[in-house]
Design a protein around this ligand. Structure first.
Ligand code: FEO
Length: 168
């Protein structure tokens, strides 16, 4: 059972996850054009992960007796001056997602909707990992600068494959 307010907030987050997916897909396209195939592959996996997040909300809203409603998704940025700028944007975006998830969890407490609170627990843990992973890459990009290390990092990041978590 979802109140109108909680249902609207869950829908807003579902659409925000799709927006997140579009940002990373746009970054993937940008890196592909730049000849950085590993960065492009990493961003493509991140796009898949964000769509997985969106579908968790989609399925939950419908299963909880609400209705998942798809909205207009703002067009994302299409190019970045350097890989570091893209990953810094990604980190800032993830910090914003964390704030949104925390606000949703606050709303679940206010409304005494413990089921929604339990649903959101997975996202609270997931955001710690999201910020840590992206923050780690930002740190590495700062270390390597524009030198040959960028190509090694491109090779490393290219090994990422998105696998849906088994605990989901
Ligand atoms: Fe779905 Fe990257 O937060």
């Amino acid at each position: 059972m979802l109140s109108e307010k909680v249902e609207a907030a869950l829908n807003e987050q579902m659409n925000w996850e799709i927006y997140s997916a579009h940002i990373y897909l746009s970054m993937s396209s940008h890196f592909a054009e730049e000849g950085l195939g590993g960065f492009a592959a990493w961003m493509y996996a991140q796009y898949q992960e964000e769509m997985f997040h969106a579908m968790r909300f989609f399925n939950y809203i419908n299963e909880a007796g609400g209705r998942a409603v798809l909205g207009t998704i703002e067009a994302p940025q299409t190019s970045w001056e350097k890989p570091l700028a893209a990953f810094q944007d990604a980190l800032e975006h993830e910090q914003g997602v964390t704030a949104r998830i925390n606000a949703l969890a606050d709303l679940a407490v206010e409304e005494k909707n413990h089921a929604v609170g339990i649903f959101l627990q997975w996202f609270i843990s997931e955001q710690i990992e999201e910020e840590d992973t992206v923050g780690d890459i930002v740190g590495k990009l700062k270390l390597v600068g524009d030198g040959g290390g960028l190509f090694m990092l491109d090779r490393d990041l290219g090994t990422r494959v998105f696998t849906p978590p088994t605990n989901a």
